[in-house]
Every structure is written in C-alpha cells, then in structure tokens.
Design a protein around this ligand. Structure first.
Ligand SMILES: [Fe+2]
Length: 182
C-alpha cells in the first residue's frame, strides 16, 4: 500500500513524535525532508488515494495528502496541532474563525513546495491547491486523529457537523464559486 520512501519517513516521524521535544522534532524532520522533495512527491503520487493515513498511534497521525485546485474541502478542526510539508505544487489553507451564526474568513495561507507550516489545535481550515495541478504534501498530527471526536463547520452558519469522510466530501465547494478566492 505504501512504498519504501514513505515507510522510512514514517519510522523517522514515529521517533520524532515519541521524543520529549516532539513538536520541534517533527518540524525539523519535515524541514529536512524538503531536501528530498521530488522523491517524496513521487512516492505520494504513487499512492492510490489522494488522502492516505500511513500511520497512527497515540503520539501522531501521518497522512499523505494530494489536493485538487478546483475544489475546496470543507472547513474542519483537528483538535490537535498539525505540521505540513509541501513537496510539489502548493496547498492553500483557507482559515476561519467561528463567530455567532457564521464562519468568518480569516485569510488564505499559501504553502508552496519547499515550505513547512504548522496549525495550532484551535485552527479551522478548508483546504485546496493553488495553481493547476495537485498539491503533494505530508501532514503530521500530534495525536490519534481518527480517535478524536471532531467537527466540520457549515460554510455559512458555522454550525458543527459530525466529521465523517462522507460529510467532508459532500460539503466540498467549487473554488470558482467562493468569495474567499475572488
Ligand atoms: Fe485539515
């Protein structure tokens, strides 16, 4: 299902996540992996699905992520910090804050190939790619992402919606219809 490059990365990420200084160790690992961006991007491109959980335990969850530039996946929380390295293309973090009765757009954060960014445990983002091709990235969450109860948020009202993969994909929007990209 995965490949040797991903497997080796996962081993190193597990060590980083288990260390006493896990946040900085994970970020350093991701920054170091940028020197192998082509190999990492090729490995991510070789996987069958756009989003693959390649490892999860109590200390971390590791996902490979390819996003399309024409659709935007729905706003959601992680309830834990996440560290993102982009190896090819560019990801766009569409940031939001919850306010009474609405989601307030807080700007778009472009994460280009060769960059690492972190989002805190309170972050709410929708996600897409910039440009024309898919983005290729690894996301490392500082905990067991699939084990926590977390929410999607209605684009307009900000109401919580159970996070399921079905809801996540059903709520996606076309970028061309979104005021956040005008
Ligand atoms: Fe996310």
């Amino acid at each position: 299902m995965t490949n040797p490059i991903i497997d080796e990365f996962v081993e190193r990420a597990r060590t980083a996540a288990a260390s006493d200084t896990s946040t900085s160790a994970i970020r350093e690992l991701l920054k170091g992996s940028l020197s192998e961006s082509d190999a990492m991007a090729d490995a991510i491109a070789s996987l069958e699905d756009d989003e693959v959980m390649v490892f999860e335990d109590e200390t971390c969850s590791i996902w490979t992520c390819r996003y399309d530039s024409d659709v935007v996946l729905a706003p959601h929380e992680h309830c834990m910090s996440v560290h993102i390295a982009v190896y090819r293309g560019a990801e766009v973090e569409v940031l939001y804050k919850r306010e009474p009765g609405r989601l307030k757009h807080g700007g778009n954060k472009l994460v280009s190939a060769g960059e690492v960014v972190s989002l805190g445990p309170d972050a709410i983002h929708a996600i897409t790619a910039d440009g024309s091709g898919q983005s290729h990235a690894i996301h490392i969450y500082e905990g067991p992402l699939t084990e926590v109860k977390r929410s999607l948020f209605d684009w307009n009202s900000g109401e919580e919606v159970d996070f399921t993969m079905e809801n996540f994909h059903a709520m996606r929007r076309l970028k061309s219809n979104m005021k956040e990209f005008q």
